[in-house]
Write a protein that binds this ligand. Structure first.
Ligand code: GLN
Length: 473
């Protein structure tokens, strides 16, 4: 590990503050200049450690936070011009928990505007670059958080995953990304994109780093009516459980022609490692998988069009100056404040919900969503413990390649959106790189079975580690 650049002059002596100052120095170094990674939209100024004195599972740990999660000390822009400089009057439950556990918020990370995108190129503040190859995207929408972990700024970070926005960038950057069960982590203070799909998730340099942050973040919160009254097991303690005797299903619908041949090879090798670790592999079918992307791209924009109505230049957001009536203020503010992808989603969503088309699109998509859920329930009932798939059909693509082709961009989510539609947990873990580019394998588990899922991810991680690790792959 190279020195993160916190020379003696940068060291602070206030308790655990040195971890923070080192992370800040590293963040500035990786983001600097026109060729910088652009992971962060704002950095913590305070050298106040922030966390509680003494122990805590995150004592002294610097954490990066996606910019759609509200913080008191730093702006929350959601990667949008509309919220430039916006300061939230409250903080998200997850941020409070990180601080109570002794962690520090290093800064807020870059993202596709309001979480809409798969490359972080839809940020109003310029794209983030992939630390493993700066000519490529880091994935999205939580690209800044994934890149901050991959660049060694922080060991763990918070993101949000509506259709894959934690797992896909984790795969592209070669780190671990977890989307927990819907309701496992409070969404209080997460700016809503599509409320029935959104979950806050965690990134880690290792499975253990991601699991530890998840353990802190998880739990019931009276401020979020969708957060579940479930006790939180120790995710970290479960990492030794392994996969011996576990039935791991390989859904054949995820091994399509769309799969890059290099990713297919890397995935096949990962599958063999699981077998060597004692798992029982089974070929399974989830027949409604092929409708997942169209279903998602009806439901997510429909919910977004409703959630984004609050950004009108009056209640929230930058107001367009010089406009006349209230309606003109709305129109001018929204036209100036939102980027092209957000406008496209609002139009799609409003159309899908409109009187004449509601049954044909929104309702039908809800029905297909039920069928996708049923596919998973059937698989679990047949005795499958976990599913294993590639995380994304390709490795990270070059910056600019898909900006003008929204459909190609949407297809990068083909393997991740099903978990959000079904509300189940999923994790992406690094597998063999493809031509030097990171690649991810995804475990999916039944609801609330994060422990089993993370044990699977840890078993795979250990298998690579025992052969000298992936960086030598
Ligand atoms: N890439 C997907 C989208 O654009 C998922 C985004 C997300 O998970 N926030 O909607």
């Amino acid at each position: 590990m190279e020195d993160p650049g916190g020379g003696p002059g940068n060291e602070q002596t206030n308790g655990g503050g040195s971890g923070l100052s080192r992370a800040l120095a590293r963040a500035r170094a990786v983001d600097e200049g026109p060729e910088g990674l652009n992971c962060f939209l704002s950095l913590s100024q305070a050298l106040d450690p922030g966390g509680e004195e003494g122990g805590g599972p995150l004592a002294g740990v610097p954490v990066a936070v996606k910019d759609n999660i509200c913080t008191l000390e730093l702006p929350t822009t959601c990667g949008s011009r509309f919220l430039e400089g916006y300061e939230s009057p409250f903080q998200a439950t997850v941020v409070r928990k990180v601080r109570e556990a002794g962690g520090f918020v290093v800064g807020k990370t870059n993202m596709d505007e309001f979480g809409m995108g798969s490359s972080t190129e839809n940020s109003a503040y310029g794209p983030t670059r992939n630390p493993r190859d700066p000519s490529r995207v880091p994935g999205g929408s939580s690209g800044g958080s994934a890149a901050a972990v991959a660049a060694g700024v922080v060991p763990c970070a918070l993101g949000s995953d509506t259709g894959g926005s934690v797992r896909q960038p984790a795969a592209f950057c070669g780190v671990v990304g977890v989307k927990p069960t819907y309701g496992r982590v409070s969404r209080y203070g997460l700016v809503a994109f599509a409320s029935s799909l959104d979950q806050i998730g965690t990134f880690g340099a290792t499975v253990e780093d991601a699991a530890r942050l998840l353990e802190v973040a998880a739990g019931h919160d009276p401020r979020d009516a969708t957060s579940a009254r479930r006790s939180v097991p120790s995710f970290v303690d479960a990492l030794d459980d392994g996969v011996k005797g576990k039935v791991i299903g390989i859904p054949r619908e995820y091994l399509t022609e769309a799969l890059d041949p290099g990713v297919a090879t890397s995935f096949a090798q990962a599958r063999e490692r699981l077998r060597e670790a004692g798992a029982i592999l089974r070929d399974v079918s989830l027949p409604h998988t092929r409708y997942a992307v169209p279903t998602y791209y009806i439901l997510a924009p429909a919910e977004a069009s409703s959630n984004l109505a609050r950004f009108d230049g009056i209640r929230y957001g930058v107001r367009a100056l010089g406009s006349g009536s209230t309606r003109e203020v709305y129109e001018a503010s929204r036209s100036q404040g939102f980027g092209a992808e957000v406008v496209r989603r609002i139009i799609l969503g409003t159309f899908a919900l409109s009187a004449g088309y509601h049954d044909e699109y929104y309702e039908r998509a809800q029905k297909v969503r039920s069928l996708i859920c049923r596919d998973f329930r059937r698989i679990w009932a047949e005795g499958v413990d976990l599913l294993f798939t590639p995380t994304s059909p390709t490795p990270a693509f070059p910056l600019g390649e898909r900006v003008r082709d929204p459909l190609a961009m949407y297809l990068s989510d083909i393997f991740t959106v099903t978990a959000n539609l079904a509300g189940i947990p999923a994790v992406s873990v690094p597998i063999d790189p493809v031509q030097g580019l990171p690649c991810g394998g995804q475990f999916l588990a039944p609801p609330w079975e994060e422990t089993r899922m993370l044990a699977g991810a840890a078993a795979l991680e250990r298998s690579y580690a025992s052969d000298g690790g992936l960086s030598h792959g």
